[in-house]
Design a protein around this ligand. Structure first.
Ligand code: FVH
Length: 290
């Protein structure tokens, strides 16, 4: 069993600390607003009055705060207590923020892992829970038994930005699905059909459509967007036009889908025999300054 500190006791930090306590680790906790540690203290956690005192108690320090600004100011407030620790930052951030923080942590004489939690708080500690990590490989190897008690730990490489990159990519896929679902619910709702009733059809439909991802990935990775096409883009663009026309007629604002319709129409005009994968070319832009 290890000595672990958790900085930040919001919904997720509390779930992390609870899961660590459950498997028997020594857990020290700190939160900016006092009082949020009370229930954890009753369950066996050690409350600390400051980030420095929390960090001094443990080799592995989990940080789960609102954003990168909160993480930076909290770690800075810890002063030299950070030296010699493994900082595992589970706060949502960007790849640039992760790389910059990783560099700063190294300058303080500590090791850095960036994490992306692909789960909601009740899922922490579950067998199917996926948490992504990147950064210092030796730190990951050392911390892996502790991190494994939070969920399946997937290490993506020594570039500290990789966990954030994959986290944001997976969240993009999730929000795209939720946006489509909101539109679908509004569309059937225009005829007084409930979202609950929609789910009877939407859940098996979306599960089935997962099967479209491997061939789509093969098209994207090969750059051959006309490969093994079973649903050509000209046909799909017509269906999308129907979605937009019907939505307006039903009194549903199609703004969540409008950018996709525009891209499909443009690409279909010249590459109608391809599949959707060809749209990815229009998503590639020169990199913006970090
Ligand atoms: N909850 C979720 O579903 C998602 C799942 C995936 C991962 N995220 C990320 O986890 C980070 C924390 O999320 P959370 O759910 O714990 O968020 P809150 O419940 O809102 O708690 C926020 C904590 O951050 C503290 N805090 C805010 N600003 C500061 C600051 N300037 N200095 C120090 N601490 C700060 C706040 O403290 P307090 O308001 O109680 O004093 C909470 O402890 C997040 O990156 C998610 O994207 C969760």
């Amino acid at each position: 069993m290890a000595a672990v500190s958790v900085l930040g006791l919001g919904s997720m930090g509390t779930a992390l600390a609870t899961s660590l306590l459950r498997v028997g680790h020594q857990v020290t906790v700190w939160n900016r607003t006092p009082g949020r540690a009370d229930a954890l203290a009753a369950a066996g956690a050690i409350p600390a009055d400051s980030p420095a005192l929390a960090m001094r108690d443990a080799t592995i320090v989990l940080v789960c705060l609102l954003d990168d600004g909160a993480v930076t100011s909290t770690l800075q407030a810890g002063g030299d207590a950070i030296a010699g620790r493994i900082i595992v930052n589970l706060t949502n951030n960007t790849p640039s923020e992760a790389r910059a923080l990783g560099q700063w942590v190294a300058w303080q004489g500590a090791q850095y892992l960036d994490g992306g939690i692909m789960a909601i708080p009740p899922m922490i500690g579950g067998a199917d829970t996926m948490i992504l990590y990147s950064g210092d490989q030796s730190a990951f190897d050392y911390a892996a038994p502790v991190l494994g008690s939070l969920g399946g730990a997937t290490y993506l490489g020594s570039d500290a930005g990789l966990a954030a990159l994959h986290d944001l990519a997976l969240l993009s896929a999730m929000y795209g699905m939720f946006a489509g679902y909101l539109h679908a619910a509004a569309l059937v709702g225009s005829e007084e059909v409930s979202a609950h009733a929609l789910n009877r059809l939407a859940i098996p439909w979306l599960k089935g459509m997962i099967e479209a991802l491997p061939p789509l990935a093969a098209q994207i990775d090969s750059g051959d967007y006309a490969r093994d096409v079973v649903s050509n883009l000209s046909m799909q663009a017509r269906a999308m036009d129907n979605i937009m026309t019907a939505s307006r007629a039903q009194g549903v604002d199609p703004r969540l889908l409008a950018p996709l319709q525009a891209m499909m129409r443009k690409r279909a005009a010249s590459h109608g025999d391809e599949d959707l994968g060809g749209l990815i070319g229009d998503l590639r832009l020169p990199r913006a300054a970090a």
